[in-house]
Write a new protein. Structure first.
Length: 73
């Protein structure tokens, strides 16, 4: 079964709020593997809106959707 990847890009305006969010959301990510966290992505081409990028891997499309749509998240 193919893996599913979730790519999150954030423009963080409230660093303390982001820390609280990350702690709360982290507990909901059972089954996810964090593949990359870049807190200072370098844009090689085009425009980019975020100052943080996170790549998550899930075992399936269904697992990724179940996480994203879960009550805990």
């Amino acid at each position: 079964m193919p893996k599913e990847y979730v790519i999150l890009t954030e423009a963080i305006k409230d660093p303390e709020g982001m820390k609280a969010y990350a702690q709360a959301a982290g507990g909901t990510m059972s089954g996810a593997t964090v593949l990359a966290v870049d807190t200072a992505p370098k844009v090689v081409e085009g425009d980019w809106h975020g100052d943080q990028t996170i790549v998550l891997q899930f075992e399936s499309v269904e697992a990724a959707h179940a996480w994203y749509e879960s009550e805990g998240y």
